[in-house]
Design a protein around this ligand. Structure first.
Ligand code: TEU
Ligand code: CA
Length: 549
């Protein structure tokens, strides 16, 4: 086995921007590229190294840009290609690289390839997509259901055939068995790489190897071959960061995706820690209470599995998930303390951390009372489908409040001016009413804010190799409220202790650790620079103690 090779993105921190909700510079109520450029100094101050930019390509916005009709033009509401190239350059001038969001499991139904495919069965672009004859009863070829509700097959009257769409009916799946699809996508990726981007986040990349007639959608038999071929044909020789969104990934899969010798991806987003709060039968629409021992077991499994080979991504939230402090912390009395604990916990694990826009100021879930105030196609479709199936309005709204994707898509709260300084117009989605107390301007003004806690964690990553390359060993594994571990590297030992509860706790310290003392790198209460026979932990107390031999 080749020796472990250090990569620049091992010590990087990524910030995800959902452009529609980040910053609106022209007053039309929709975030845009000019708005992002206006906030680059803020991001530089935070210290992040990469921006994962959710799609800004031309799109009818059926799924807010994850339905692309032109991979090489910019949606008018976000700006122009000139502004995109300006963003790349202005970011690079601040040592920030742009990860473009690669959405190639499907296109929009307005993409020229699909418009051609609709012209007939013998059109050269027909088998860029996946068509099947109706079942004998004239219905869909099989009972595959879309992740956005309803059948995953849409009928095309003109040809009398169905096409596959795993997501909305306006997001037809591409046929990756077609070498021309691979060639076209690779060529597009290389043109984006030539524009100087830092790499790609790859949307549902575990679905491109699908074996349709066996209804194997994720992890099809050719998946890793397709990703390896993509690596070799595009980013592989260019030392870029690539992160695959793989909802189906197990730790064993993640090793296959991220083992450098396999020349596939840098890392993947796995979602086991997210899905363990979903109901087995009802999925995300019925939340299971957060349970620390289950959560610790999942994190421990992933840290251990990728300890020596491959690489972990680390995140609590993204544009599809509820806000971190609402999901895993305490959005009420202990919002600040718990948001800082979550930040310290994430940034002290082994892997590359991802900060979702607004997480750095502890933004919380929204809680609108009517479905009309929501925008996300997934929530709207399932509201309709589940109400029709007899679920009550209140139960469905409870599910949307807990796990709906719009929780993460309310506009970033910049200050306490109208619409939180996000827009001078009418925002495309209402701003969370708590923006008057939760906003960037206030956080910048408060030395002890969640924001400066994040800024310090990002800075620590550059200063202490133990944070990046230290091994991982869980402590207090059986403790129901404490989430703690050790990281060790070249004589440094980092002890991380988190009281993931609103209880005041007495934590008995094991004999060998009682005399430990050193430098408290970060804490959300008074710094702790030494241990003792026991520690009296405050609610949501979290600290990282560096012990040097
Ligand atoms: O998400 C993939 C995906 O499966 C999630 O939407 C997931 O189904 C949902 O959040 C959990 O219920 C990616 C993008 O991140 C998402 O925004 C897109 O809607 C989707 O793919 C289609 O491109
Ligand atoms: Ca705008």
């Amino acid at each position: 086995m080749k020796a472990f090779e250090r990569k620049w993105w091992h010590s990087a921190v990524v910030y995800q921007i959902y452009p529609r909700s980040f910053m609106d510079a022209n007053g039309d109520g929709i975030g845009d590229l000019a708005g992002i450029i206006s906030k680059l100094d803020y991001l530089r101050q935070l210290g992040i190294n990469l921006i994962w930019l959710s799609p800004v390509y031309r799109s009818p916005m059926d799924d807010n840009g994850y339905d692309i009709s032109d991979y090489e033009d910019i949606a008018a509401e976000f700006g122009t290609m000139a502004e995109m190239e300006q963003l790349i350059e202005e970011a690079k001038a601040r040592d920030i690289h742009i990860l473009m969001d690669l959405v190639v499991n499907h296109t929009s139904d307005e993409h020229p390839w699909f418009l051609e495919a609709l012209k007939g069965k013998d059109n050269p672009y027909r088998d860029f997509y996946i068509w099947r004859k109706p079942a004998p009863d004239g219905g869909p070829p099989n009972d595959f259901r879309s992740y956005f509700g309803g059948s995953g097959w849409a009928f095309d009257e003109a040809s009398g055939e169905y096409y596959l769409h795993q997501f909305s009916v306006r997001q037809p799946d591409l046929n990756w068995e077609n070498p021309r699809v691979q060639e076209e996508v690779h060529a597009m990726m290389n043109r984006w790489l030539d524009r100087g981007i830092g790499g790609f986040r790859m949307d549902v990349i575990d679905l491109i190897g699908k074996e349709v007639d066996k209804q194997i959608m994720a992890k099809g038999k050719n998946l890793h071959l397709l990703i390896h071929q993509m690596n070799r044909a595009t980013y592989g020789a260019r030392d870029k960061l690539t992160v695959g969104e793989t909802w189906s990934a197990t730790p064993e899969d993640a090793l296959l995706y991220s083992d450098p010798e396999r020349q596939e991806l840098s890392m993947v987003f796995q979602f086991e820690h997210i899905k363990q709060t979903w109901d087995e039968k009802h999925g995300k629409w019925r939340s299971r209470p957060f349970e620390l021992s289950r959560f610790k077991a999942v994190i421990d499994k992933w840290q251990t599995a990728l300890a020596d080979r491959g690489w972990n991504s680390l995140f609590w939230s993204n544009h599809d998930l509820p806000r971190a402090v609402s999901k895993f912390g305490d959005e009420g009395e202990y919002r600040e303390a718990s948001a800082k604990l979550l930040a310290t916990a994430l940034h002290c694990l082994k892997g590359t951390p991802y900060i979702y826009q607004g997480e750095e100021i502890g933004m919380t879930n929204v809680r609108w009372s009517t479905i009309e105030e929501y925008r996300d196609i997934e929530s709207l479709n399932f509201y309709r489908e589940r109400i029709a199936a007899g679920i009550t309005h209140d139960e469905m709204m409870t599910g949307i409040h807990a796990n709906g994707r719009d929780n993460a898509r309310s506009p970033v709260q910049w200050d306490d001016s109208p619409h939180a300084g996000f827009t001078t117009g009418t925002p495309w989605m209402a701003v969370n009413p708590n923006y008057r107390s939760i906003n960037v301007a206030r956080a910048l003004a408060e030395p002890d804010s969640i924001l400066w806690h994040y800024q310090k964690l990002v800075a620590l990553r550059k200063l202490y190799p133990v944070l990046v390359y230290g091994d991982y060993q869980m402590l207090f594994a059986e403790h129901p409220q404490v989430f703690a571990w050790l990281r060790r590297y070249e004589g440094d030992t980092l002890l991380v202790i988190n009281n993931v509860s609103r209880e005041h706790l007495t934590l008995d310290i094991p004999e060998p650790l009682q005399a430990w003392h050193g430098e408290c790198l970060i804490s959300n209460y008074a710094p702790r620079d030494q241990l003792a026979v026991s520690l009296e932990l405050q609610p949501w107390e979290s600290f990282a103690l560096l012990i040097r031999e």
